[in-house]
Structure formats: structure tokens, C-alpha cells
Design a protein around this ligand. Structure first.
Ligand code: NAD
Length: 356
């Protein structure tokens, strides 16, 4: 199976490439324009595989996308390329509008042209899989979970740009018949995660003995999903999901941000008994909240379980232990980022909040 992956040098996309090539025997063309969030080092396990190729290209470039479809002749597209960090969408929404909305449009258009050129049996099997987020549904109160039919109520520029992309994907199925699939997943975590996001940021701040920032009171709740569990769900859907449908993916891992950070500190106390920073929880520091910070997300993944029998393999405890251990053992991966491109500075203070 030939799978065109976009954003395959990012966190989830690189896991998609590693598992598709390494575990599922697929042939992958990874298209990525290598923004700050990309790290080609995450692809080391597959970069020499005959089943893997990389092409540096922008998904907003129609000619480059048309050429990729023509030359690679994919059986499926796994579309993950995006600007993905909520805090950066507060600092500069333009890149999110461009890549997440315009880029998805360009890719859909190229996919549609290509799909129309396929013989019927290949056209029947083709899938365009769009990877989206629970954030499009807005914020939950203390009870309930998001279902596939939940209302779209995006609150951040990031969530709004992903919501717009979701609507385009739906329209390309309803209007043109393109066999699309859409998944909305909860917060992923695991190895190879860029350190601007909560879990790797907390690990690296703690390792350096620096204050670990927790927004507000730390009581915002996310439903944590181990990245390899997510990728297995994406593969099941790409091969067996019903075209035109959307599916929610969650990890049954609801935790407050404070519980997450405290869990990391406890693991580091155990794994680094000689650390001068023990107990690491002393480093936890409450900071000004993110503007418009959604209170709680939780996903009902019942449809995916019923139709495809998918269940996450990791609990939050086993997944977090693996993740912390990975950062301790893989300094080669994160040290260049921490010292050269992102060293843990605060992002996403809206102008009004910063002035106030
Ligand atoms: P990431 O930021 O780690 O990686 C994004 C990748 O896309 C990078 O490699 C970047 O270089 C590439 N990219 C950005 N703009 C591009 C462009 N114009 N052309 C080509 N490539 C481009 O993101 P991630 O965390 O791996 O997320 C992947 C997808 O999953 C995104 O669509 C995101 O919205 C979605 N998602 C992520 C999470 C999460 O917890 N990480 C949760 C829900 C949904």
C-alpha cells in the first residue's frame, strides 16, 4: 500500500511514518516543508528503508502537490501537516490560516484530480484521511464527552483553523464524492514530542532544575492519548474505515494538567535518585493562564471501538513512564532543540493579556 503522509517530520507524523514502514509494511512518501516543529532526526529508524522517501514541499504549493500525486500514485493520503501549537496561534494566527485551511484545500484539490484519473477499482479503494483535533468542539463542563455529532465551537485560532479544514474535507466528500475519512483525536503524548508542549516541556524543565510552568490553577483537563495507540487507530481506519465518516479517538486518559506534571515529577524522583532537584515537584510554578484556555476535553471513542475493535494499549501511567524514560535516554534528540531553537520560553500571551 502506497501512503502519502503530510507533516511526517512532526511529532505524530513521524510516528505514522515509523509504524507504517516498520510495522505495517507500507510504502511511504513523506511530504513536509520542515517548519520549526519538524525534526528529521525523528525519522532515523526509517530513513534508509527502501519503503520510505522524503520530499521537502509545502502543502500550499499546488504544482508540488499535483506532481507528488502523479509520481507516487498513492492508495491513501494521511494528512497531518499543520501548524499545531495553540499558544503560537495566539502569537501569530496567519500561518495557521495558511497551512491548516489553504494547505488542506490545495491538498484536497490535488487529491480530487488524481482520484478522478484512477481506474474504478483503485478509485474505490482510495482514501483521503484528514487528522483533526478534539479542540474543534470547544470546551466541556465537568461532565460528558465529545461525540462525532458534537457541535463545532472552536475557541482558539488553532482550533478555528482546524474546524475550517474539517468542513472543507466534509464538503469534498459530499460535493465531489472524494472518499474521505476524518478523525478528531485528543492530546497526544509520547517520544519525539517537540518541547513546547506540556509533557516534554515539564520533563525538560525539571531535568534542568528550572521552574515548571503550569497555566492558571492547573485544573484544565485533557484526555491523553499515547501517540503509537493513535497511529494504530489511524492505520485501522485507513484500511477499514467507512468513507465519508468521522471518528473520535481518545485515550481514556483524563487528567488535570497539575496531575500530569506531578506524575512527571514523581517518575523523575524515582528514575533519577541522585538528582539535586529532588523532589522535582518543588519546581512546579503556577503562571498566568492561557487566554481563552478551554477547561476540559474528553473524547467518546465508542464508534471506533464498535466498528473496528480498536482499544488503546497504554494506560496514562504506562505511557507516561515510557515517555519520561525515553527523554532520559534520548538526549541526542532533544538537546539540539533545547539549546538552538526552543529552550522553553513562554509563548502565547495575547497582546491584551500581556498589557493587563
Ligand atoms: P507537529 O507540529 O509536531 O508537526 C507538524 C508537521 O507539519 C511539521 O513537521 C511541519 O514541518 C509540517 N508542516 C507545517 N506546515 C507545513 C506545510 N505548509 N507544508 C508541509 N508541511 C508542513 O504536529 P503534530 O502534533 O504531529 O500534529 C499532527 C496533526 O495532528 C496536526 O494536523 C494536528 O492538528 C493534529 N492533532 C495533533 C494533536 C496533538 O496532541 N499533537 C492532537 C489532535 C490533533
Amino acid at each position: 500500500m502506497n501512503i502519502l503522509v503530510t507533516g511526517g517530520a512532526g511529532f505524530i507524523g513521524s510516528a505514522v511514518c515509523r509504524l507504517l514502514v516498520g510495522e505495517f509494511g507500507a510504502t511511504v512518501l513523506n511530504i513536509d516543508n520542515l517548519t520549526y516543529a519538524a525534526n528529521p532526526a525523528s525519522l532515523r529508524p526509517v530513513e534508509n528503508s527502501p519503503n520510505y522517501a522524503f520530499r521537502r514541499a509545502d502543502i500550499c504549493d499546488p504544482a508540488a502537490m499535483a506532481e507528488a500525486f502523479r509520481e507516487f500514485a498513492p492508495d491513501a493520503v494521511s494528512h497531518l501537516a499543520a501548524e499545531s501549537h495553540v499558544d503560537r496561534s495566539i502569537d501569530g494566527p496567519g500561518a495557521f490560516i495558511r497551512t491548516n485551511i489553504e494547505g488542506t484545500y490545495v491538498l484536497l484539490d490535488a487529491a480530487l484530480d488524481y482520484w478522478c484519473s484512477l481506474p474504478p477499482e483503485r478509485a474505490d479503494r482510495f482514501r483521503f484521511h484528514h487528522v483533526s483535533t478534539d479542540e474543534v468542539f470547544g470546551s466541556l463542563g465537568p461532565e460528558g464527552r465529545f461525540g462525532e455529532e458534537s457541535r463545532y465551537l472552536p475557541n482558539s485560532p488553532y482550533a478555528a483553523s482546524k474546524a475550517a479544514a474539517d468542513h472543507l474535507v466534509r464538503a469534498w466528500h459530499e460535493t465531489f464524492g472524494l472518499p474521505t475519512l476524518m478523525t478528531n483525536c485528543s492530546n497526544n503524548y509520547g517520544p519525539y514530542h517537540f518541547p513546547e508542549k506540556l509533557i516534554p516541556l515539564a520533563i525538560l524543565k525539571a531535568l534542568h532544575g528550572e521552574p515548571i510552568p503550569v497555566y492558571g490553577k492547573g485544573d484544565n483537563v485533557r484526555d491523553w492519548l499515547y501517540v503509537d495507540d493513535h497511529v494504530r487507530a489511524l492505520y485501522e481506519l485507513m484500511t477499514r474505515g467507512r468513507p465519508g465518516e468521522s471518528y473520535n479517538i481518545g485515550g481514556d486518559g483524563e487528567r488535570t494538567n497539575l496531575e500530569v506534571v506531578t506524575g512527571i515529577c514523581t517518575l523523575l524522583d524515582e528514575l533519577l535518585p541522585a538528582s539535586p532537584h529532588r523532589p522535582h515537584s518543588r519546581l512546579i510554578t503556577f503562571v498566568a493562564d492561557r487566554p481563552g484556555h478551554d477547561r476540559r476535553y474528553a473524547m467518546d471513542a465508542g464508534k471506533l471501538r464498535r466498528e473496528l475493535g480498536w482499544v488503546p494499549r497504554e494506560t496514562f501511567e504506562t505511557g507516561l513512564r515510557k515517555t519520561v524514560a525515553w527523554y532520559l535516554e534520548n538526549r541526542w534528540w532533544w538537546e539540539p532543540i533545547w539549546s538552538n531553537s526552543y529552550g522553553g520560553q513562554r509563548l502565547g500571551i495575547a497582546p491584551a493579556a500581556a498589557a493587563g
